[in-house]
Design a binder for this molecule. Structure first.
Ligand code: ATP
Length: 314
């Protein structure tokens, strides 16, 4: 069983434009409208691959109603979303023909202490009902003044689930400094640089920073590098993961799909090599779709065969 938590779901609009010029009228054809949020996208990906998934989170206002009814129509996974006050956010992406991606993302409704505890209790209840330790993916931002919210979740949930996180900024730093460690983290290369307050330009720079004390005790670290693939640390091994060039259509949500693929493979008990192949293939498969947080099982199976793992010695 895989549980995902999304404290800031979004109503995503993706506009494909020929050009995008600041200060001018930019026209677009049919936009893609999708229901998103990192945990929802990761959960959908894992569910498409065949995992049993429950997506948990909060929804607010008219956008929240729309997201709820869209999720109810999805055949892939079960959902438990609490209604809170405010308005679930809009996230707008503009993609021009040069594949430049511009995003405008609203803050989203406030997660009060009361809401945070209600969601936590829901996750605890669902986790305890499982016969086998569930995989729990804590994903995405939360509009909260409490920079230790995810650390609190980790401390409460780490003993009853295998915790994967796809978060950034202060929340990520705080969980890494927590006495209870997450099993897996997935910063992208920019988030990794931000986390370590350093400049990271390429995969070699990532490798050089993988021994930093802040991440030393995290069993599985995946630093995703977009079309370059990823660098992974698993226990005492480091992998340079190379992916083939593809004609990407919309890479938005590829990181979420990667987390979904990793969660699926961990839930199945696959080897680290197979787990990394699933993660990368899902990120790529998502990039081949216009939709966000969506993969094709055929593409995942084909792409998996083209991923090259190289053991790195440091
Ligand atoms: P997002 O925030 O949009 O979900 P991210 O920044 O967290 O993404 P990325 O590093 O961009 O994550 O992508 C995750 C994985 O998806 C990559 O490691 C790679 O496997 C795949 N991927 C992403 N972009 C591309 C691309 N343009 N071409 C091929 N594969 C891609």
């Amino acid at each position: 069983m895989i549980l995902t938590v999304t404290l800031n779901p979004s109503l995503d609009s993706i506009y494909f434009t020929e050009t995008f010029v600041l200060g001018e009228m930019n026209r677009c054809g049919n936009p893609v409208k999708a229901v998103g949020g990192k945990g929802i996208n990761a959960g959908r990906t894992a569910a498409i691959l065949g995992a049993k998934v429950t997506a948990i989170g909060v929804l607010a206002g008219i956008n929240g109603d729309f997201i709820r009814s869209a999720l109810n129509k999805e055949p892939f996974f079960a959902t438990h979303f609490l209604s809170i006050s405010g308005e679930s956010r809009n996230a707008v992406t503009v993609m021009d023909q040069e594949k430049n991606q511009t995003e405008i993302v609203e803050l989203g409704p406030e997660i009060t202490a009361d809401t945070a505890e209600k969601v936590l209790n829901l996750v605890i209840d669902l986790s305890k009902k499982q016969k086998k330790e569930p995989i729990l993916a804590l994903c995405g931002s939360a509009n909260t003044e409490n920079d230790h919210l995810y650390q609190h979740y980790l401390e409460q949930l780490g003993g009853i689930s295998k915790v994967l996180t796809d978060i950034s900024g202060k929340q990520l730093k705080n969980i890494l400094n927590s006495p209870v460690k997450p099993y897996f983290i997935k910063p992208n290369i920019h988030e990794f640089a931000e986390l370590l307050h350093t400049t990271i330009k390429n995969k070699n720079d990532v490798i050089a920073h993988l021994t930093q004390p802040l991440i030393k005790d995290i069993p599985f670290v995946l630093v995703s590098c977009g079309s370059e693939g990823a660098i992974a640390k698993y226990k005492d091994r480091i992998f340079d993961v190379s992916i083939p060039a593809i004609d990407a259509i919309n890479p938005t949500g590829s990181g979420d799909a990667t987390v979904g693929g990793i969660a699926f493979a961990l839930d199945q008990g696959f080897s680290i090599e197979e787990t990394l192949r699933y993660g990368m293939a899902c990120g790529m498969s998502n990039a081949l779709e216009q939709a966000v947080g969506f993969v094709s099982t055929d593409n995942v199976e084909q792409l998996k065969k083209r991923i090259i793992l190289r053991d790195v010695r440091i």
